[in-house]
Write a protein that binds this ligand. Structure first.
Ligand code: TXA
Ligand code: MG
Length: 337
């Protein structure tokens, strides 16, 4: 199969493919998604096959507007209206209890809830409208690899395996959406993202929980995706604490290790290495935007033995950055011993 790159004026073609049960990757503000019509279980099954994703890990149902969730949702949380008005379209996925026999179990992982999101990307919203059905969309990477933030990343992983990719340049945010469970009484964040706990609490006027499973990797997590090792490049990654850069660089030199640096300009200026991926600036936004792209670029560079990655304070968007980086690094920090 030849994977076609669709431009904006070719939305109709892309929609036709999806209607005929093919797979088309689509851009969002977070990462690229691997799209299939959510109402065709056969197409959804292909999504799992193409990604090599464990089939008990449920998918996000992408909608073009809030109304599109109605046929599936059994009961909305009382704060739904406010959360949707404040954050949709945007990087926030909402989990609701669903009506029986509406969404196939291949979509929901057999759960009695499902995840919904209205992405903030005009072309993709138009694509969903043209298809007329919601689209499932896990990140459009091979399972276990860093999520794709450009059409080229998708092409690298899935060329020949999917019908097409709708190209809309690099994604703005760079890490996946916040997942907020609204199926219980207390809204609970299951995956941190660009919509932070503070932002949710300010908008909703109630306390929002952060699920412990996020921090402690558990055997039976609430978001089943959390039990799998995620987002890893082939090259081992070590997280470097702020005051550990010099010792880490010295150690690498002694050990004759070739190191790739993944960090903002302030760090990259001080510690020299042939192989570097420098974030656009020293903000947490730039770090989040560059994380996956940087991991991929350094991985591609080939002969690197180790990636040294900058850590960031774990609040606001930093929580999302660190959540992904820790997985990429298998929780490993450099330490002098
Ligand atoms: O930003 C994003 O959310 C991207 C773009 C493409 O929209 N999509 C994405 O999808 O990250 P995916 O499939 O990689 O992540 C979905 C996460 C998984 O951790 C999954 O376990 C969780 O949402 N999830 C889905 N349905 C759930 C449910 N009913 N209950 C709990 N967690 C659920
Ligand atoms: Mg993913």
């Amino acid at each position: 199969m030849e994977t076609k790159l669709f431009q904006a004026e070719e939305l109709d073609q892309a929609a036709q493919i999806l209607k005929h049960k093919g797979l088309v990757a689509f851009p969002t503000e977070t990462v690229y998604g691997l799209g299939a019509d959510a109402l065709y279980p056969d197409s959804v099954k292909q999504v799992f096959e193409v990604k090599g994703r464990p089939s008990d890990n449920p998918l996000i149902v992408h909608v073009a507007d809030f109304e599109m969730t109605r046929p599936y949702v059994e009961k909305y949380h009382p704060l739904t209206d406010r959360v949707v008005k404040t954050f949709w379209p945007g990087p926030l996925t909402l989990i609701f209890p669903i009506k029986k026999n509406t969404l196939a179990s291949i979509v929901t992982g057999g759960l009695s809830t499902a995840a919904f999101r209205m992405p903030d990307n005009k072309k993709t919203l138009e694509l969903i409208r043209k298809v007329g059905d919601p689209l499932v969309g896990p990140s459009a990477n091979t399972s276990g690899k860093p999520s794709p933030t450009t059409a080229a990343h998708v092409f690298h992983d899935l060329n020949g395996k999917i019908a097409g990719i709708l190209d809309d340049g690099a994604t703005k945010i760079g890490v996946e959406s916040t997942v907020l469970d609204m199926s219980g009484e207390v809204p609970t964040i299951l995956r941190p993202g660009a919509i932070t706990k503070e932002m949710l609490e300010a908008a909703l006027g109630v306390e929002v929980l952060l699920d412990q499973h996020l921090v402690i990797e558990s055997e039976t997590p609430k978001a089943p995706g959390m039990k799998y090792k995620h987002y890893s490049p082939d090259t081992p990654v070590l997280m470097i604490q702020e005051n550990q850069w010099q010792p880490a660089m010295d150690w690498a030199k002694t050990e004759n290790k070739r190191v790739g640096i993944l960090a903002g300009p302030a760090i990259a200026e001080k510690y020299r290495s042939q192989d570097r991926y420098i974030f656009d600036d020293d903000t947490v936004e730039a770090a989040a935007r560059g994380l996956y792209s940087g991991l991929r670029a350094l991985d591609e560079a080939g002969q690197i033995d180790l990636i040294f990655a900058q850590i960031i304070e774990e609040d606001s968007l930093g929580a999302a950055y660190m959540n992904r980086l820790k997985k990429a690094a298998s929780q490993k920090y450099f330490s002098e011993k």
